[in-house]
Write a protein that binds this ligand. Structure first.
Ligand SMILES: Nc1ncnc2c1ncn2[C@@H]1O[C@H](COP(=O)(O)OP(=O)(O)OP(=O)(O)O)[C@@H](O)[C@H]1O
Length: 452
């Protein structure tokens, strides 16, 4: 890894992450060294380092390793001379924004991701209510529910919806002062105001907004004076009938170390949650993200079945799904191959392994005995009747194919049978699978039910 490589790599990253993100997060990074498999980068602040580590380390590492496979890990460090106090050690974006606020200019502190719009938000059963509520407040009409509280697990689209609201409001009601920031930034600005003895300015700024949007409110839990200030800001705005939109990782009542009075304030408007995604939503999101990737990689085709496979296999959060797709496109274009199942398995083996659900012998036994309508004890027990023996062999076969258990282990779980019995059973089913349509169908049904 060399400086020159980093230069080339940055150009690629610009394409992958988009111009705005690149300017905000990647451009300030400086490559320093690469030893013992660790590539070290200098970042201006811890905040930026942490952000990049959480959001872009995967993509950067992937690109770095394509050129220098010996690199295993990335490290983002703040050079000694710039380390200051916690309050000063925040993102430059915040400093810049704070200066702008002091000058009486733009109030939208945190940068908005231009990709996070309503147009790019895919709606499905799990998020339709949150989407509808977000759309409603984005119209900027009379305040009907205050606050709107959006919550959901990691990577389910809270920030996306918040940014979409801010974009839409800017467009429809440009005269409104819309202030969007994360709860973390709220705290930094509060600390900074305290340090600079500018609390009056701070209060004035926050009380003069028309729409206040605070992302990831759980961050201020346990932070006494920040909560207190937040509470007062909140009340002052509600009194003036100004719209507040908050997001959190759980329902207000469940946020630990949050004062009761704050919790109850957060609950007094409309509380809606984003449910975990289902297969259809994941597939819809993937299809829409493929369209976006096409802009960067024209001509790269995705073979049928790949998106369905990913939607089926990666059922965690949308960020992981999106990261997988970005990687897939970057990888395919680097190696000049089309995106088919083989490439997907090669490129995403770690993601796929991590999301693999471990199927147990017990689960298989239960599903098979239910399927054939026999008792579990009869299937595992010594009876040799064909009506028990065949399902037993089917279960043994599935255990061999779908778990990592060895033949002797499987034998043990089937009433202490010998491994040769298991081997014989597996072979028999392999033969029947081709000769007997009913068995083939049973196996397919069972496999699908187990993979769900
Ligand atoms: N329904 C959706 N349609 C399109 N993209 C989505 C959808 N849901 C999530 N995403 C994408 O998934 C990624 C993660 O979403 P986002 O950052 O909004 O999650 P979050 O809920 O705020 O997570 P966290 O709790 O980590 O802050 C983003 O890139 C976002 O665009």
């Amino acid at each position: 890894m060399t400086n020159e490589m980093w230069g080339q790599l940055r150009q690629r990253l610009q394409k992958t992450v988009g111009q705005n993100n690149f300017k905000a997060w990647i451009e300030p990074i400086e490559f320093r060294s690469a030893d013992d498999g660790i590539a070290v980068f200098h970042v201006p602040t811890n905040f930026l380092g942490n952000y990049v580590n959480q959001n872009y380390a995967d993509i950067i590492l992937h690109e770095v390793r394509a050129r220098s496979p010996e690199v295993r890990r990335l490290k983002f460090v703040v050079p000694a001379r710039t380390v200051e106090t916690e309050a000063a050690n925040t993102d430059t974006v915040i400093h810049r924004a704070a200066r702008q606020v002091q000058n009486g200019s733009a109030l939208t502190t945190a940068p908005l991701d231009t990709r996070f719009t309503f147009d790019s938000f895919v709606v499905g059963k799990p998020n339709e209510l949150a989407h509808a509520a977000a759309k409603r407040v984005a119209e900027g009409g009379p305040v009907t529910f205050n606050p709107l509280f959006l919550y959901g697990g990691v990577g389910l689209g809270k920030t996306h919806l918040m940014h979409a609201i801010a974009h839409e409001l800017r467009l429809r009601r440009p005269e409104l002062n819309v202030l969007y920031l994360s709860a973390e930034q709220f705290m930094y600005r509060f600390v900074q105001a305290l340090r600079d003895r500018k609390m009056m300015d701070f209060k004035e700024i926050f009380r003069s907004v028309d729409v206040l949007m605070v992302d990831d409110v759980q961050f201020i839990a346990g932070k006494g004076s920040t909560q207190e200030e937040f509470f007062h800001t909140f009340n002052a705005l509600v009194d003036q009938n100004k719209q507040i939109i908050i997001s959190g990782d759980r329902a207000p009542g469940e946020i630990k170390d949050m004062e009761e009075r704050v919790k109850s304030r957060l609950q007094c408007g409309l509380v809606v949650d984003l449910h975990p995604t289902d297969y259809e939503l994941r597939l819809g999101i993937l299809q829409s993200k493929v369209e976006q990737q096409r802009v960067n990689y024209p001509g790269l085709e995705v073979e049928n079945g790949v998106l369905e496979f990913l939607a089926h296999r990666i059922s965690t959060n949308v960020r992981v799904l999106e990261g997988a797709l970005t990687r897939l496109f970057a990888f395919a274009s680097l190696v000049g191959r089309e995106i088919n199942m083989e490439l997907t398995q090669d490129c995403l083996s770690d993601v796929l392994r991590a999301s693999e659900r471990k199927i147990t012998v017990e689960e298989i036994q239960r599903k098979v005995s239910d399927h054939y309508n026999i008792r579990l004890s009869d299937m595992i027990g010594p009876k040799r009747l064909r009506s028990y023996a065949r399902p037993r062999q089917v279960a043994m076969y599935l255990c061999k194919k779908m778990t990592s258990r060895s033949l002797p282990e499987i034998g043990r779980r089937f009433g202490g049978r010998d491994h040769t019995t298991v081997m014989h059973g597996v072979k028999r089913i392999e033969e029947l699978k081709v000769q007997d349509g009913q068995i083939a169908e049973d196996l397919e049904l069972l496999r699908r039910a187990l993979e769900e």
